[in-house]
Structures are given as structure tokens and as C-alpha cells.
Design a protein around this ligand. Structure first.
Ligand code: DC
Length: 221
């Protein structure tokens, strides 16, 4: 298990997906699980302050692994690849509220441990600290806020307005920090990606994989 944690817009998904592909491991984006629960709760009109009701809803959702699009094994929600709607503004607005409930986090922890049982690159906020404290490698990504906002804006395309994205991202960081402090695991490798492109981040991560896990059938060490 390789855990990739860090705040929004820091490049976790890009790194985790590419690392998983390189190493032939499943890729699990746990943020999508919180988003899926949020979207389903909204559709059903649930009270987002009701932790037990949200945890009960969580237990009816199906999170599995599969390779539907031939792009590697990754998270399926109700048997399908994650829908675009999971990135809608309304989900982004409410996901920290859903994620703050201990009952929800407990249910997520159980589901996430199940998904990572046979190994994987697992991306989130608390993977190295809480979900997989015994992960083989923990990487904590960080980057300057301006850079994180720029990346989000580029990701969202030309129509995106950097000021709006910036305030949404900052608000979500603040809400996330309040309900679920983003504390890196003490044994996590810290990588500041502010001045690195995606290839450089991947190269650094692969160096850590080699250092920590050794190359399969590797040298004398
Ligand atoms: O990674 P993301 O931005 O898609 O995550 C969406 C939200 O889910 C984020 O605002 C915080 C929450 N989250 C969490 O609390 N714990 C995780 N392991 C992953 C995400």
C-alpha cells in the first residue's frame, strides 16, 4: 500500500494514477467516495448534519475495484466509473460537511481498508495517518496556495474563473481543516510540488518507492 495525502489541488490524483499505472497497482481515490456519499445524500434530501443517517446510507453504496475502460484497476461506484457530477460545485460545497461525521469516517475507513487489502495506491487526506497506518510508503504532497488554485483553474478549462476557484478551494481547505485536521503521518515523505511538474513529482515518488521497498529482485542493497 502506498498512501498519498495532501490538501486540494496539490496534484494527488495525477501522481497517484500515474504511480499506480507504473507499479501495476489498483488506484483508489478516496475523495470520490466522500463525494459519492454526498451526491447520493443530496439526491435523497438527507440532512447532512445527521451522521448516523449518512453512515447508514454509506453502507448501502457499493464501492469496488475494476478495470472498465482498460485504463487500469480503479474505484467503481455502484459498479460504474465515477460520474462527472461528483465534481459539481454543490458536491464541492457540501462534501466537508458530510466528511466531518465520525460515523461516516468510520464506515469509510472500513470500506477503504477493504479496497486496499491486496495493495494499491490510495489517495486521500488521512490514508497514512488513519486508514493505512502501516502503509509501505506514505507520501504527503503540498504546494503553495496560488499554485494549487492555478492548477485547479487549468484542470477546469478556459471557462474557469481563477478568483472563484481560489475562494472555493480556500473555503474547502478551511472547512476540511476544521472538521478533519490534515495532519501528515509522522513517517510520511513530504514533497513540495510548487515548482515541480507532474513528471518530476512522479520521478521523486518512484525514487522513494525504490528506496523504501527496494526493486523486485533488486541488488545487494
Ligand atoms: O480529494 P478530494 O478533494 O476529491 O476530496 C473531497 C473531500 O473529501 C475533501 O474536501 C475532504 C474529504 N476527504 C476526507 O475527508 N478524507 C479523505 N481520505 C478523502 C477526502
Amino acid at each position: 500500500v502506498i498512501g498519498i495525502d495532501g490538501p486540494a489541488g496539490v496534484g494527488k490524483s495525477t501522481l497517484a494514477r500515474r504511480l499506480a499505472e507504473r507499479l501495476g497497482l489498483p488506484y483508489v481515490n478516496t475523495g470520490l467516495m466522500y463525494r459519492a456519499l454526498t451526491l447520493e445524500a443530496q439526491r435523497r434530501g438527507l440532512d447532512l448534519e445527521d451522521g448516523p443517517a449518512l453512515a447508514a446510507l454509506m453502507s448501502t453504496l457499493s464501492f469496488t475495484l475494476g478495470d472498465v475502460e482498460g485504463s487500469g484497476v480503479s474505484l467503481l461506484i455502484e459498479g460504474s466509473p465515477p460520474e462527472r457530477e461528483l465534481h459539481a460545485a454543490a458536491v464541492e460545497r457540501d462534501v466537508s460537511t458530510v466528511a466531518k461525521h465520525p460515523e461516516v469516517r468510520e464506515a469509510m475507513r472500513v470500506a477503504q481498508r477493504g479496497l486496499g487489502r491486496d495493495g494499491g495506491v490510495i489517495e486521500g487526506r488521512d490514508i497514512g495517518s488513519v486508514v493505512f497506518p502501516d502503509a509501505d510508503l506514505k507520501i504527503f504532497l503540498d504546494a503553495a496556495e496560488d499554485e494549487r488554485v492555478d492548477r485547479r483553474a487549468r484542470e477546469r478549462g478556459e471557462a474557469a474563473d481563477a478568483a472563484t476557484i481560489g475562494s472555493a478551494l480556500a473555503e474547502r481547505d478551511t472547512r476540511d481543516a476544521r472538521v478533519n485536521p490534515l495532519v501528515p503521518a509522522p513517517d510520511a515523505v513530504h514533497l513540495d510540488t510548487t515548482r515541480l511538474d507532474a513528471d518530476e513529482v512522479l520521478a521523486r515518488a518512484l525514487e522513494e518507492v525504490e528506496r523504501r521497498l527496494g526493486r523486485a529482485g533488486g541488488g545487494t542493497g
